[in-house]
Ligand binder design. Structure first.
Ligand code: NCD
Length: 317
């Protein structure tokens, strides 16, 4: 089934059936990606531009590979923070690119809302690859695919999201998604790392890891986002690890088959013990990376179907 949206700006705008369509198609791309010949021509003839105004390794590589495997012409623009300062506004950059007739624009930007603003100025489909603290929809989708493949479902699971929630677009997108798919969400964090208005999120809140992790099916750890902190949010990294870092002792509170997730990049010994991260009987961190490519292929495939349908209608009119 097609998507109800023209752009992938956030999970907030997706319906449960949009989410299921992306995950179902992504499952087929996981199979393709495990073959020797990973090539398809679903995006042949289309131009994909990746615009990253903020550093990224895995997300950019993942989008690039996804586009290449589907046969798109892929161009990377690594803009970094410096080009924002150069004076050209985001809107001017968008208009310049728009004039080059891309079909898919993948954008990461340090400011919340910047990607949506850009989507209003261009004619192509825009995918949000992370905007400030706002949303990171493909991360939540790849997390959902990882969970669904490990647990067989997305509904009625107990999912703990732990750590630096206040600064995390990953947490926000996951909260939207897991709520839409009817899982139960627990947030575990020091009070200083909880966003304001948390009571409207439909979640349970804990500040004690042992209590919050009791009988959960999924433990999702978050990176301490020091680059987004402008003051002292935690006592010290040592103290943080002691109270909120995931180690074997705290994990023992979760269900025996609970999976451990982390979007990367990890601060080992700060939010997660290195041995837990590497324990393939518990950690699905590498699977998350694999699912990332498949989910991005699926999302771009479905948006491209919308583009083609739209172009067809334009021609007929
Ligand atoms: C996340 C991001 O950039 O929001 N990482 C990622 O996409 N691989 C999480 C993070 O930076 O901590």
């Amino acid at each position: 089934m097609g998507l109800s949206v023209r752009h992938l700006l956030g999970i907030e705008h997706l319906s449960p059936s949009d989410i299921t369509s992306i995950l179902d198609l992504a499952d087929t791309y996981v199979d393709l990606n495990r073959q020797a010949n990973k090539h398809s021509d679903v995006l042949a003839g289309l131009t994909q531009i990746n615009m990253f105004f903020e550093n990224s390794t895995r997300t950019q590589a993942s989008f690039e590979l996804a586009g290449m495997r589907l046969g798109a012409d892929v161009m990377n623009l690594a803009l970094g923070a410096s080009s924002i300062k150069k004076g050209e506004t985001l809107v001017d950059t968008a208009l310049t690119l728009n004039a080059m007739n891309p079909d898919l624009l993948v954008v990461r930007h340090p400011h919340s809302g910047a990607v949506e603003l850009l989507s209003e100025k261009v004619k192509c489909a825009v995918l949000n690859a992370g905007d400030g603290r706002h949303e990171h929809p493909t991360q939540a989708l790849l997390d959902a695919l990882t969970i669904r493949r490990a647990k067989g479902r997305l509904h009625r699971l107990n999912v703990a999201i732990c750590g630096d929630i206040a600064h995390s677009r990953v947490a926000r997108s996951n909260i939207f998604l897991l709520n839409k798919m009817e899982s139960r969400i627990r947030l575990i964090a020091p009070k200083t790392l909880l966003p304001s208005g948390i009571d409207q999120f439909g979640v349970e809140v804990f500040d004690d890891m042992n209590e919050g992790l009791k009988d959960v099916d999924v433990v999702m750890m978050l990176r301490l986002q020091r680059e987004r902190m402008d003051g002292a949010f935690i006592p010290s990294e040592r103290e943080y690890y002691h109270r909120w870092g995931l180690d074997a002792k705290k994990l023992a509170n979760a269900k025996p088959d609970a999976i451990v997730m982390h979007p990367g990049p990890m601060n080992r010994g700060v939010e997660i013990d290195g041995d837990i991260a590497d324990d393939v009987t518990r950690s699905v961190i590498q699977e998350q990376v694999e699912m990332g490519v498949a989910v991005r292929m699926a999302a771009m495939h479905l948006l491209a179907d919308n583009i083609r349908e739209h172009k067809q209608k334009e021609l007929m009119a």
